[in-house]
Design a protein around this ligand. Structure first.
Ligand SMILES: C[S@@+](CC[C@H](N)C(=O)[O-])C[C@H]1O[C@@H](n2cnc3c(N)ncnc32)[C@H](O)[C@@H]1O
Length: 289
């Protein structure tokens, strides 16, 4: 006999409806074996709204006047925002030592560099990139902009605040901590103002190809540990968007467990000394770094 929690169980039909609805909105696929996870994470929403079952919740998401903000809250509850500063150091080293010199040469005339952190969560990745640009010493006096976007408004407000605790800093060396952060309380630091000035944040659902909040194409996109939550068709759509938003010759940095096999032939694989990265080919073909 099932243990009676007093909470409604999600039927197979309710699971299918909610799963498809979430997928259509943001491309995140809740696998069949995650019905229990979905149930557990959405219970608090039913409680908060005073609803008695998941069918009523589904109807709320579809038809209520508050449906838009509730859908965002539901997606919030279903997504993972795990991130930290200087995540995947090997890739960051290759980016600093091998990609940035190329971008410096390429943009020497315009002295302008744009980088997009797509699926930036609470901002650690975008700030890390800004710190790497400063650290390189290559771009003094340049017009530099790192733009972070995410579907979750909650993580974006944390990103704008720019204050972090020990978990976000677990991969940050003491010298970087001293150089790029100021203490604001016990176990609490804030990203230094000159780094914050290089970084901006905006709300964007990667499914929305028509409303990307970028003023111009970018020289590199970091889209790390985001595609893993999507199924193949959603990944392909996002990759097409990233391709369109990159300048020819611009770089795509994925998470270390992600690749484009069977997903996109648009990008070329670049073998750097320290890592493999993807690049939108130059017009008329790529080749070389
Ligand atoms: C695991 S975090 C990765 C953060 C960072 N890129 C990193 O690698 O450390 C994934 C982020 O992707 C965001 N995300 C998921 N679906 C999205 C969508 N459809 N559009 C934009 N962001 C999305 C989530 O809100 C979450 O903050």
């Amino acid at each position: 006999m099932p243990f009676d929690t007093g909470r409604p169980e999600m039927t197979a039909e309710e699971f299918r409806l909610l799963r498809d609805f979430v997928y259509a909105y943001c491309g995140i696929l809740v696998r069949d074996d995650m019905k229990y996870v979905m149930e557990r994470r959405l219970w608090p929403r039913l409680e908060a709204l005073g609803l008695t079952d998941f069918s009523t919740y589904y109807r709320y998401l579809r038809f209520d006047a508050q449906r838009r903000s509730e859908l965002e809250t539901a997606v919030e509850a279903l997504t993972t925002h795990e991130t930290y500063f200087f995540r995947e150091p090997r890739q960051l080293k290759a980016f600093s030592e091998e990609v940035l010199p190329v971008l410096e040469r390429r943009n020497a005339r315009s002295r302008r560099l744009r980088i997009w952190s797509a699926g930036c969560s609470s901002g650690e990745e975008a700030y890390t990139v800004a710190m790497l640009l400063l650290e390189s010493g290559r771009f003094e006096g340049w017009d530099l902009e790192v733009h972070g976007t995410d579907i979750s408004r909650r993580v974006l407000s944390a990103a704008r605040l720019g204050e972090y605790g020990p978990s976000a800093l677990r991969s940050t060396s003491p010298d970087k901590l001293a150089r790029y952060f100021v203490h604001v309380g016990p176990n609490r630091v804030r990203v230094r103002d000159d780094v914050r000035a290089m970084v901006s944040f905006g709300h964007h659902n990667l499914r929305d190809v028509d409303s990307v909040p970028l003023s111009s194409r970018v020289d590199a996109v970091f889209c790390r540990n985001v595609l893993i939550y999507f199924d193949a068709p959603a990944r392909q759509r996002v990759l097409r968007l990233l391709y369109d938003k990159l300048v020819p010759g611009g770089y795509l940095m994925l998470g270390h467990s992600e690749n484009l096999i069977n997903l996109s032939a648009d990008f070329e694989l670049v073998h750097l000394r320290g890592d493999l990265v993807y690049r939108r080919p130059e017009l008329g073909g790529g080749g070389g770094t």
